[in-house]
Every structure is written in C-alpha cells, then in structure tokens.
Design a binder for this molecule. Structure first.
Ligand code: ME8
Length: 661
C-alpha cells in the first residue's frame, strides 16, 4: 500500500496564565475538524497544540500563586491538556515550551540564524516598569505602566537582535510566489502593506526576564516571546531531526487575527535565516466577541466550553462555532443563538430526520433497510441533489468555508423533510405496490441520511457515529473515504441499531440558565452554589456537572468565615424579559444598594418582596445571569423534589447590614 501523504497542522501555543475559553476552543475545534476531514481524504495527519509557558506574565502569576514557575506551568499545562481531551480535541502532539525537546530546538534555530549572519548583539532601549520588572511595549517616555499605573523609566539593556530588516524583499517575493500563504485575502493585503512599509530589526533575547530559555553561553540572556513560541511548531515534530518524522514543513498554521503578523512575517523570516523549509499556509480567523467586545475574565464576559458541552453536547458547540460565523470574520457569541440553532438545526433538523427515518423503517420493514426497487422521478431528483451536494461540501471544506459546507448539508436535510412530507410513506397501505413505494421512499431517505452523516462527520463526530450505528452500516464512519463517496452505496438488508434520541429538544431559557449556572460555578469554584434555577433533568443532553461538596464532607470554621452574609432589605424587584425564573432585585445591605438576581420568579410575585429582610451573601464575585449583572446571592431553602425556593428570613426585627455569623 503506498504511503499516505502527510498533513501537519497547528493551533497557537496558548498562554498558561489563564484557562481556555470559547475563543481558544474555536481554533482548536477548527483544527480538529480539518484533521478529521483530511484523514477521510487519505492523509496521515498530525495536529499540534500546546502551551506557551515563559515570560514575565507567568513569572508574576506563579509569584501570586506562591509556587515556583515550573510547578505553576506544569499545573496549567495539565489543565489545558485535560480539557482538550475531555472535549474530544486531543492533540497528536502536545508541546510545552518548557519541554526539553523545545528548548533544544530554540537553541539550535538561534545557532543556525547566528551562523548565517542574521543575529547580532545590540542594545534595546525602551520604557521599563521598575515595579513590575518589565519593559512596557510601545510606551513612550513619560507614559505610565498600563499594568500598575506607575511611571515608567527609560532603560537600555543588552539584547540579541534578529536582522528582520534583511527579509523585506525575500518575504515580499515569497508572498508573491505563494499567493495562498496568508489567508484570508484581506489579511494578506494587510501584511503585504505592513512589510512594504519597512521592517525593523527585532530584539529576540532579554536580560531582565529570568523565566525563559537560556541562550547557551550567554546567560543571563533568555529568549524572548516569539522566537521561543513560534519555534514550538517545529519542536513538536522532531526539531533538528524534523526530516525523520516527515511532517515539516507545516501545511497549515491556524491562528486568530491577533497574531497573524508574527506568523506570516517573523516566523518565515526566522526559518529563511536558518535555511529551513517554510510553512505552506497561515490562516487567520476572526474573533468571537461577547456583547461586541473581546472576552476577558475581568470583564466577566468569558464563555467557557465545558458547561456548554455538558448541557448540549460537544457536537452542538462544534456545529454552532462553525455554522454561525463565516471562518475568517468576527462574530458575536450568544447563548440565545446557540440554543436556537441547537433546537432548529440539530433537534428539529438532523436529529428528527434520523429518528423518523429509523422509526418508519422499524415499523414497515421489521427494522431492516429496504432495497429501493423501482424509483420515481422525484426519488431520482433527490438522489441527484444529494450527489451534487457531495461535490459542493467537499469543495467548501477544502476552502475552509465551513459555514457554506454546513448550509449545503442542511439544504439536503430540508429537501429530505419536504420529500417525506410530499410522499407521505406513513399514509401508504400494505398492498404490494404500496410496500414497494414505501421501500423506495425510505431507502432513498436512508441513503440521503447516510451521505449527510459521512459529510457531517468532521464537524459532528459523535452524532455521525451514532447515526452510522443506527443505520446498521458496516465499519466506522470515520473510515469512509470521501474520495469514493457516491449515491447508491447504502448497505440494504442490514438491521438498524438501537434507536436513541440524538438531540433532545430544550426549553431555551432553562438551558441558558443551566449553562450560566455551571459557568459561574466553574469561574468561582469556592462560591456556594447559586439558588439554581431548576431545570428538568429529562431535558438535559449531557451529564450536568454541578460539583458541590459531598454532604458528609466537613469544612473548617476558617472556610465558613470566608463567606460574608448580611441582612439585606429588598428595595425593588422586577422580572427579567426572557428569563422565566429570574427576578432582578435591588437590595440594601447597609453599606450600599446592590443589584442581585435570584432564581425565585416562579414562586414570588415581585411586589410581595419589597421591604422584606433577607439573608444575602455579599462577598461573591459579580456574575452575569441572562446578561444581567448579579452582585451577591439571596439565601433560600430548597424545598421538595423541584427545589422550590423559600427565602430565609428573620422572625425578630434586625438591622439592615448586620453580619450573619
Ligand atoms: O497569543 N475569538 O496565546 P493566547 C477567537 N501564546 N479566537 C480567540 C479568541 C477569541 N475571542 N481569544 C483567543 C498567544 N483566541 C501566544 C501564541 S503561537 C506560537 C503563540 C484564540 O493564549 C486565537 O487562536 O493569547 C488566538 O490567536 C489565540 O487564541 C491566542 O491565544
């Protein structure tokens, strides 16, 4: 058997001073989709992701955590790796920039660049924050430090420089010869004009940073940010021995638009200087925004992947990320749009088509896929439409136009729904002619479903595997070769697998409240669980992972003392549009008036609450519930199997603001 061609793709090597949010998940999901797609097209694929572990920010974060840097980054790298595994996005190569194989590769690359005359020692002058011990990029004399707000000082230190200026022409020539190197086109134009504007040499080592890869024989120099981080792509597939593995040069670097310049200017220049092969393509996607701004933990607008995967299933999140926003453009993330798509496209669309097709075959053909027999023009028309969609979808996948690929598939699903509605196989009787007609209609629908399933696999791997089993098809759907996918290959006579609900329909507001509640718990792990808006568990797709202390586990008084509770008095109360269970309250806690959301709307009329004295947890981190900020928590008993909230109160009159101990 001839060796399969190799395909190597990467995500960025993510910083370890935080944990993955939906933005990081997006890039990694796309990488996984391409990996699965390329495997179905006959490639041997390697996908690298990893962690960027050096630099001043990590030095600081470790100091805050009171542990050595090496311990801090090891914990963070474990957490990143574990989350990718849990979400079904495991790396083929997980590279850490503290791995020895990476350290050696960076030092080797530096040696090559230096031997070829592209590295020199010089002095870097910039604004330095003596309190944070770091240079402040882009600051001018007189500017304050953006982190601590204190004045910066002008400082000069010895650095190694990379002669980036020597690569202006070689880079422009390279872009011209390889017009697809930078994608999408708009980004390419930006980069070309940036390079045409002239390139300054780049400082690639620091003597004021301690936590980094040492420059051999040149201590205290350590490599600085991009020379270190970008090289990880090469370290992951053999470093100096890259030829043995055969995966370098990379076929595709997937990045967000924030780091396109480093990947399409610095990285090819470093490799040119070292006379190493250059990657074939850099693809920059846009940002997922929350409330039209970039996500950040301090703004409280970070969307986490795990609660969504737990509630809707990872396939639903993958589908949404790829379907909602055209790859390359920015888009807004909203739970509302997510659950809407889940219900319309997955539950009512694909899920419904699969389950009704299987149910009709079960009922009419004792659960065995019938042979199509004699066809009518409308059956053949649907076959032609589906066959044509195969070419379109593959073409869209090749062009990384995932939105269009999925749209095309859902057009086919809609055509099948319409076909069933027109042909009405359920209204046919048991005569031979009617039975033959039912066989033709159901075999046609099952064949369409088989093709949709194969094509959807890269985006919906779990669902596709389930439908494949449901249709009783041989082997694994992931092993189907896309090259040979044609109408007419459905295995007939085989028995259907056990029916199962693929995407149970969800009540939107309940689903959102549940996701938000899980996200709040993940973001504030020490906070006691919110008076959670209860969700009927029969509607949840995944195991909702609400972790709380086991009833028998004891805490010390010092743990209890961390929770500050006070007597509060409710001043106003109103319902929140679109959130059936939540009330928005303003509560006087003695020192201030707080806005607090409480999941009690189904049991308390807003007006009945005004003036009521309640127990309030006052030192919870603020969080958003259905987009409304909640700054504290009202204590309520949870009564009965449905968890009916009953507000804690005070039989004697108490002063507002009194502390509960
Ligand atoms: O930049 N929308 O790491 P990083 C879409 N260590 N994608 C997003 C996103 C959002 N809101 N937020 C983050 C670094 N991303 C360097 C990279 S590579 C040699 C070194 C994704 O942890 C997107 O891929 O800040 C972006 O480029 C990347 O995460 C930045 O991750």
């Amino acid at each position: 058997m001839p060796a399969r061609p190799k395909f190597y793709l990467t995500t960025p090597i993510y910083y370890t001073n935080g944990l993955p949010h939906i933005g990081h998940t997006y890039t990694t999901v796309v990488a996984d989709v391409i990996r699965r797609y390329k495997r179905m097209r006959g490639y041997e694929v390697a996908m690298t992701t990893g962690t960027d572990e050096h630099g001043i920010n990590v030095e600081r974060a470790a100091k805050n955590a009171g542990i050595p840097e090496s311990e801090f980054v090891a914990k963070m790298a474990d957490a990143w790796r574990a989350l990718w595994d849990e979400l079904g996005l495991p790396a083929d190569e997980f590279i850490r920039t503290t791995d020895l194989r990476h350290v050696r590769t960076v030092q080797w690359l530096f040696k090559l660049c230096r031997e070829n005359g592209y590295v020199y020692k010089g002095h870097y002058t910039g604004q330095y924050c003596i309190y944070d011990n770091a240079f402040v990029n882009d600051a001018k004399p007189g500017d304050n430090c953006p982190d601590c707000g204190r004045p910066t000082e002008t400082l000069t230190e010895e650095n190694y420089f990379f002669k980036l200026s020597a690569f202006q022409k070689p880079l422009l020539d390279f872009y011209k010869k390889n017009p697809e190197f930078i994608q999408p086109e708009t980004r390419k134009n930006e980069i070309v004009s940036f390079v045409e504007g002239g390139l300054k040499d780049l400082s690639i080592t620091r003597t004021t940073v301690r936590w980094g890869i040492p420059v051999p024989g040149e201590e205290p120099h350590v490599f600085y940010v991009w020379f270190d981080a970008l090289t990880a792509y090469l370290s992951a597939v053999g470093g100096p021995d890259y030829e043995k593995r055969g995966f370098w040069p990379a076929d595709l670097h997937l990045v967000g638009k924030d780091i396109i310049r480093f990947h399409s200017v610095y990285w090819p220049a470093f490799l040119m200087a070292a006379m190493l092969p250059l990657p074939k393509q850099v693809w920059a996607h846009g940002w997922f925004l929350m409330d039209a701004s970039k996500m950040s933990k301090s703004k409280g607008n970070v969307v986490l992947p795990r609660p969504i995967a737990n509630m809707l299933g990872m396939d639903a999140l993958r589908y949404f990320l790829l379907r909602e926003v055209v790859f390359g453009q920015d888009g807004n993330f909203s739970y509302d749009a997510l659950v809407t798509r889940y219900n319309s496209d997955l539950a009512n669309g694909l899920g419904n088509l699969a389950s009704r097709t299987a149910a009709m075959i079960e009922k009419n053909f004792v659960g065995k896929i019938p042979k199509a027999g004699k066809l009518q023009p409308q059956d053949e028309a649907l076959a032609c439409e589906t066959q044509a969609a195969i070419g379109d979808v593959l073409d869209y996948f090749d062009k990384m136009n995932f939105t269009r690929a999925l749209e095309s598939l859902w057009v086919v699903i809609a055509a099948a729904d319409k076909y069933l509605t027109t042909e009405k196989p359920w209204s046919l009787g048991d005569s031979e002619a009617d039975t033959q007609r039912k066989a033709a209609v159901l075999a046609t629908t099952a064949e369409l479903l088989r093709i949709v399933t194969v094509l959807a696999y890269p985006v919906l791997p779990d669902t596709a595997a389930k439908i494949w089993t449901l249709l009783g098809q041989p082997g694994s759907v992931s092993a189907v070769e896309l090259e040979g996918l044609r109408w007419g290959q459905l295995a007939s006579g085989v028995s259907l697998g056990k029916p199962q609900t693929l995407f149970p329909r969800l009540e939107k507001s309940e689903a959102i409240e549940r996701i938000e509640s899980m996200a709040n718990e993940e973001l504030n792990p020490t906070a006691p669980p919110a008076p959670a808006p209860a969700v009927a568990s029969s509607t949840t797709a995944g195991a909702a992972a609400a972790t709380s202390l086991a009833a028998s586990e004891k805490i010390g008084i010092e743990d209890f003392a961390k929770v500050e509770m006070r007597v509060g008095q409710i001043k106003t109360a109103e319902r929140i549009v679109g959130a059936d269970k939540l009330l928005k309250l303003t509560v006087d806690i003695g020192t201030e008036i707080r806005q607090i959301c409480a999941g009690i709307a189904q049991y308390y009329e807003p007006d009945s609450l005004i003036g009521r004295k309640v127990a309030v947890v006052t030192n919870l981190a603020p969080r958003k519930l259905r987009g409304v900020e909640s700054n504290g928590m009202i204590i309520a008993a949870s009564v009965g199997p449905e968890g009916r909230p009953v507000l804690a109160g005070f039989p004697e009159d108490v002063e507002v603001g009194a502390r509960l101990k």
